[in-house]
Design a protein around this ligand. Structure first.
Ligand SMILES: O=C(O)[C@H](O)[C@@H](O)[C@H](O)[C@H](O)COP(=O)(O)O
Length: 250
């Protein structure tokens, strides 16, 4: 990983800094393909949870361009999303649609293993969609997500859990409906903190100077009303994959 600067074991998390957003995206893709192939050498199915946002989509362009993507049996990958904007299937503002357009759709996935959050075209309400999504996660035969990928907003949000928003406090469900989101669109469905941390590895992926303060708080610790990322850790590993701009406040 040329140019990568490993600031390992900062406050019980691993931090890897890459020069810029493109290098970061390519490095996440390489790391992800290797992680999936490693799990597939041990067992049949891999559970992977994805994120929206620009980097969360860019990484699929990087995977699609990576020759080593063929080291993965994509038909044995179960795909989930940490959150989804409560919009109809196919809406260009949905996270899954943006991931697909960036390159995810080019991979030979099994559509039956791609777990999309139901939108208003396929559910009565965001609450009903969240409940169905939680049931889907519970019914899957996994002990934990193998890799939980999470983008981080400048305000410190992860998935659709915004600092200080009441939906952050849901602890009795795997997924929650979010209304009045400070970032549009207002209605969303999100995994809860408990479900997001139900992962062997959590990877926070962040680029840009506007995220530097959120990154520092996420790594060094902060209360939920200031930062959501600080509330989630992987069971085996918590990894921050960031670019130099996002590392400015460390
Ligand atoms: O539903 C959303 O609005 C996105 O999923 C959002 O949570 C995103 O992951 C972060 O805001 C980081 O996005 P960027 O990588 O574009 O900064």
């Amino acid at each position: 990983m040329t140019g990568a600067n490993d600031l390992s074991q900062v406050h019980e998390v691993d931090v890897v800094v890459h020069p810029g957003k493109q290098e970061l995206s390519d490095a996440i893709a390489a790391r992800l393909v290797t992680a999936i192939a490693d799990v597939q050498a041990q067992r049949d199915i891999v559970h992977l949870s994805l994120t929206g946002g620009s980097l969360g989509s860019d990484l699929w362009a990087s995977v699609a361009a990576l020759p080593a993507r063929t080291a993965v049996d994509w038909s044995r990958v179960e795909l989930w999303w940490g959150d989804e904007r409560y919009l109809p299937a196919g809406d260009p503002d949905r996270n899954d649609v943006q991931n697909d357009a960036a390159g995810l759709a080019t991979l030979p996935l099994d559509p039956a293993r791609v777990h999309r959050v139901a939108g208003p075209d396929a559910s009565e309400s965001a609450e009903a969609s969240a409940e169905a999504y939680g049931d889907d996660v519970r019914a899957s035969d996994t002990d934990a997500f193998d890799v939980m990928i999470l983008g981080v907003g400048p305000d410190g949000h992860i998935a659709s859990l915004f600092p200080g928003h009441p939906a952050q406090q849901t602890s009795d469900a795997l997924a929650v409906a979010v209304h009045d989101s400070p970032k549009p669109p207002p209605d969303r469905v999100s995994l809860t903190f408990g479900a997001l941390g139900h992962a062997r590895e959590v990877w926070f992926i962040v680029a840009g100077a506007d995220k530097a303060e959120a990154v520092a708080r996420g790594i060094h610790g902060a209360p939920p009303e200031l930062n959501s990322a600080a509330q989630v850790k992987g069971r085996e590993r918590t990894l921050w994959l960031i670019d130099q701009d996002a590392a400015q406040a460390l």
